[in-house]
Design a protein around this ligand. Structure first.
Ligand code: ARG
Ligand code: ZN
Length: 849
């Protein structure tokens, strides 16, 4: 189908490497198009697993090679080299040439904004030099960097440096994917941290000289909070003398946990009140924590092979979620995480790209850095914790860290630790790692003689390569409320293990109202016949904040479905429920903002499809807007008072409480603008002294089809700030009316500062196009064609980012025949592109089935 080799790698074929690496010495002589990398590596045969001496290598030019000082002529192929080697320990030396400045794939050693940087996970080190580039080969690295730059960095501790050179030594054995190097004209934002055992650690955030220097303070404080939190909660102490973070503008993903030298997409570390929104601050803090936490869950204990990716990512996401909850509100964080999981992971799990949390095969591993591996992977940790309890969880984690420190481990190792530590049999739980798809849990109930019975049935639809599914262990947290809203049975975790199972609650005076799947205790879809009245009741009375929010969401979805499929009027019970939440000053503003927000249009398409109705994106768009207008009218008397109450005075602070107030204030602004033609939004835009308020004012105006003067002013004001301009590009596309979305995106690609080599800018435009549901699915098919064409162009430059973005098309099976054939057509055209990358080829192939 494509020109690129499509070789499938299988988990079952795992075999250890035939050689053990004792140490690695690297010297880099930096030059834009001709960097020389000299390696000196001590190998010895792995007597338990004898085999060929194969080193990975890709796009590296071999200049010379020696074994024990004697020149050799290895057999070089496009993927690497083989060579005859002694049957005893030996020293391999090689000199290679690479070209960082033409490396637009942003993998290996590349240049961004005049600096050198690296991205080696998953398999980028092979683009730097010949090496066994696999995570189970761990070694101690010593690195010398030569180049005419004031800052020369690598992993570990600094050893020595002079004019134009620096040496680094990392005492902790690590796989090559954690290697990093940075060189450039950079300035440090320095600080320090004293660890729990009293060791002082130097901390730096490196940026280019100029305005970025003033955007490091928040990230630095977040780093220190993370270091302290990991000591307090998991007992994990940092293990080097120095911890460096570098901000890079051109980066395929969010950030990378290289040992002692984290490299960040600048959008995930740089923050200032004027240029960053509250959401940016929260995300930056979470990512800094995530990368820091990887030092133990990822670096000290790494993965045996890439199939085990969730071992480090699921656990580390779980840890960063816990951390964020501790910084603000656990309830709000849980709701935010559930929104992400349901909209993006359930979507992936229900479509052609569905795969298990631990996949069993891949063509290109970069295609498996997915929401399933990360976020569903984190849910599995959360379920384990819920099943064994907090104390047992932390006890098991202690055992994990002692037993596997220094290992390249597997999911089997991880589960074994839990079995040994808690005595629990996790055989059935393990299915969560191998079975793809979201379980549907159907609930019925009955009440008789004081006994309330809940009947549960679980079912998971087939996914690619998995026709039939087995029952999984599903922890379902349930509480019972009385008809007047008191809790008559506190939260109890029902452990479902069978396809069908019943649970009873005894000694009840009357039939209770159940609150099921509290705190979103499992990543499943709950199905239950329930009246709008009962949902409104739970929305008003549920004592579990997650389910209180969820009752409102389910009700909103139902109301929207009735509006779309039966032309119904907006439901009165729902509107009253919204009014009650808005009015309830005892509720956290951040929670109220979430509780009065409607499900996204894409979520509605997913729900309709799940209910057996073909979604019409435009009808959804109009219904959501109509419901929003109805909400605004229904609560118009109270909006000004609530908005005034959410004013935050004093200098801007991104703390959870202030951010929560702004969040509710801006949600209210969105409603108000449906009534006042945008007057309040324009005023807010003019008066704003921070990006959260400025951007919300602009968004509300654009949503009304107004605000062109403000948009131009914003463009002029922030012309020189790349990260703010990304917001402008993105917002312009996401707020475009459905029929204008493709044209708007296309016009933005003609702006002088549209740079397709910069993933943030490309994603700003085309991520927003894919996210503008009615615009992306406009019946003309213009957006499909536009995105397909641009992905074909980008693929020649940056396969990884291209492949990720093809997932915009994964929803094709949901839609009507015409849209299906247009979406498939765009994929087919993309798939037929000459010289298509392996990355994109795999994605297109999986989506077309
Ligand atoms: N390990 C990084 C993180 O989650 C992600 C790096 C992924 N990069 C890639 N090219 N696949 O923090
Ligand atoms: Zn990670």
């Amino acid at each position: 189908m494509t020109d690129a080799a499509q070789e499938t790698i299988y988990l079952k074929d795992y075999r250890p490497f035939a050689y053990i690496v004792d140490d690695v010495h690297l010297t880099f002589k930096l030059a834009d198009t001709a960097t020389r990398v000299i390696s000196r590596i001590s190998f010895r045969p792995n007597t338990d697993f004898p085999g060929e001496f194969f080193l990975h290598g890709q796009d590296v030019k071999l200049i010379s090679a020696k074994i024990d000082g004697v020149a050799v002529s290895p057999n070089v192929t496009p993927d690497g080299l083989t060579c005859d080697v002694p049957d005893a320990p030996f020293v391999w030396e090689a000199e290679v040439e690479i070209s960082p400045s033409t490396n637009t794939a942003l993998e290996g050693l590349y240049m961004s904004g005049g600096m050198y940087c690296t991205q080696c996970e998953a398999e980028g080190f092979r683009k730097i030099t010949f090496y066994p580039d696999r995570p189970d080969v761990m070694s101690v690295f010593t690195v010398r960097v030569e180049g005419d730059y004031p800052v020369l960095l690598s992993n570990g501790n600094p050893v020595a440096s002079g004019e134009g050179w620096a040496e680094w030594h990392d005492p902790w054995p690590k796989p090559a994917y954690l290697f990093a190097l940075v060189a450039g004209n950079l300035v440090a934002h320095p600080s320090s941290f004293t660890t729990m055992s009293g060791k002082d650690v130097d901390l730096n955030i490196y940026v280019r000289p100029g305005p970025d220097e003033d955007k490091c303070a928040f990230g630095m404080e977040a780093l220190k909070r993370s270091m302290k939190w990991d000591e307090d909660v998991y007992g994990r102490e940092y293990d080097l003398d120095i911890f460096n973070i570098v901000a890079v503008d051109d980066f395929n993903m969010g950030a990378m946990e290289n040992k002692g030298l984290n490299i960040f997409n600048s959008s995930c570390v740089l923050a200032s009140p004027e240029t960053s929104t509250d959401a940016n601050f929260e995300r930056i803090e979470a990512i800094i924590a995530h990368e820091y936490f990887h030092n133990w869950t990822g670096n000290r204990i790494t993965c045996r092979d890439w199939f085990q990716l969730c071992l480090k990512e699921g656990l580390t996401v779980f840890r960063d979620q816990q951390y964020t909850g501790d910084q603000g509100s656990h309830a709000v964080k849980r709701i935010e995480d559930a929104i992400t999981l349901r909209s993006r992971q359930f979507r992936e799990d229900g479509g052609p790209l569905a795969h298990p949390v631990r996949p069993e095969s891949f063509i290109e591993i970069n295609n498996f850095y997915t929401i399933t591996v990360y976020e569903k992977g984190a849910e599995l940790i959360g379920m384990l914790k819920r099943l064994v309890g907090d104390a047992e969880y932390y006890k098991a984690l202690d055992l994990y860290f002692t037993r596997h420190d220094g290992d390249a481990a597997t999911i089997e190792d991880w589960l074994q630790v839990f079995e040994d530590s808690t005595g629990r049999d996790l055989t059935q739980f393990k299915r969560w790692y191998s079975q793809a798809g979201t379980p549907h849990v159907t609930v019925t109930d009955d009440f008789k003689d004081g006994t309330y019975t809940i009947n549960l049935k679980q079912e998971t639809s087939p996914t690619p390569g998995q026709d039939s599914k087995q029952a999984q262990v599903i922890p379902i947290a349930v509480g019972l409320l009385s008809q007047n809203g008191d809790e008559v049975s506190p939260t109890r975790v029902l452990e479902m293990t069978e396809d069908s199972q019943s649970f009873t609650f005894e000694g009840l005076a009357a039939k209770p109202v159940p609150s099921i799947l509290r705190d979103f205790s499992a990543p499943v879809i709950l199905q239950r016949e329930q009246s709008n009245t009962e949902r409104a009741f739970l929305m008003a009375h549920d004592t579990d904040p997650f389910n209180k929010w969820d009752a409102g969401q389910t009700l909103a979805k139902n109301v929207l479905i009735q509006m779309i499929t039966q032309d119904a009027a907006p439901d009165g019970a729902f509107l009253d429920g919204i009014a009650a939440i808005l009015r309830d000053d005892t509720l956290d503003p951040a929670f109220r903002a979430l509780a009065v927000s409607l499900p996204s249009e894409d979520d509605m398409a997913q729900s309709l499809h799940g209910a057996g109705t073909t979604p019409d994106p435009l009808a959804i768009h109009h219904a959501v807007e109509a419901l929003r207008v109805a909400m605004a009218q229904h609560v118009q008397d109270i909006l000004p008072r609530i908005q005034a109450g959410m004013t935050v005075s004093g200098p801007y602070s991104p703390d959870a409480k202030s951010a929560g107030k702004r969040s509710l204030g801006n949600t209210v602004l969105g409603l108000l603008s449906r009534l006042d033609g945008g007057a309040a939004a324009a005023k807010q835009y003019d008066e704003a002294d921070n990006m959260t308020m400025q951007l919300a004012g602009l968004a509300a105006l654009l949503k009304l089809g107004k605000g062109s003067a403000e948009s131009q002013a914003f463009r002029t004001q922030w012309r020189d700030d790349r990260l703010v301009m990304d917001k402008w590009f993105g917002l312009t596309v996401s707020m475009a009316a459905p029929e204008n979305a493709a044209r708007t995106a296309m016009q933005l690609t003609q702006e002088p500062d549209f740079d397709m080599k910069n993933p943030n800018r490309f994603r700003a435009v085309f991520g927003a196009l894919a996210g503008n549901s009615a615009g992306f699915h406009d019946a003309s098919g213009a957006s499909y064609t536009l995105l397909g064409n641009w992905l074909a162009k980008l693929d020649a430059i940056n396969p990884q980012t291209t492949a990720r973005m093809t997932a915009a098309f994964e929803t094709w099976p949901r839609y009507d025949a015409d849209r299906q054939s247009k979406m498939r057509g765009a994929l087919e055209t993309l798939g037929a592109t000459a010289g298509l990358s392996r990355d994109t080829g795999e994605m297109v192939g999986r989506m077309l089935g």
